[in-house]
Design a protein around this ligand. Sequence first.
Ligand code: NAD
Length: 258
Amino acid sequence: MEELADLIAASERVVAFTGAGVSTESGIPDFRSPGGIWKRYDPTQFTFSRYVDSAEVRRRSWEMRREFFRKPVHPNAAHLALARLEEAGRCLGVVTQNIDGLHQDAGSRRVIELHGTAREVHCIGHRPRGGVPHGCGWRAPYTWALDKVARGDHDPLCPMCGGLVKSATVSFEQVLPAGVVEEAYDLVSEADLLIAAGSSLQVYPAAGLPEAAVAHGARLVVVNAEPTPLDELATLVVHGRAGEVLAPAVDAVLAPGR
Ligand code: NAD
């Protein structure tokens, strides 16, 4: 923890890269947690092309979203620590693979969501192909769709053009939103310290970002519950829970008189 605090204190351009593991302490399971939502809904079954082709897959997908949003969730110590670091001018921003919006709830202002957001739904057009949504541009809060589903419409369509409506998240096989990957690469290439927290660092192209930061001369810190394939690139590896590691480290950095 002290080593982490020293590294943050010695850096001028910290960027955080986060994955599902930063939100498990908020009660949102990652893909590996035992007994979590992903044991009942296999995310690999919800590919973009299956979603487009099958009303049954869309019905299951909305069911899964209802379950995802059933319990209110709140930012935990890890989200709050990163927001405090940014607020103090010590962190340039967060690149996240998460779709839960908890970094923003914690107060982080610069958040690049690589895999979109579950907080919104959008039109993806009538029969989009090749993993690329071709919607009319209509978007709404996720509650628009879940209200429809609750009232018995299990495959709500776009009110503007009649196209398919999907959560504004990136599914398997789906191309990442235009510009987002570039924005993320730009941000991590400015970093002199990249903190990768709560990510298995196995999902590409996202996992290429810590590698890019290192290639640009940044030091890498990995904070994760278990080893990752990028540990050998890291200056420091901390095995532990993200909130329990990041909160005291940020407290130490921001302590008066440091
Ligand atoms: P992942 O599930 O592959 O890996 C999560 C990692 O975090 C694991 O290595 C696990 O050991 C570790 N971990 C779990 N709890 C932790 C904690 N409290 N502290 C530190 N480490 C912890 O997740 P990923 O790398 O983000 O990639 C998989 C995909 O999962 C992403 O595409 C993401 O969009 C999606 N996803 C997002 C959410 C979310 O938004 N909260 C939830 C589930 C899955």
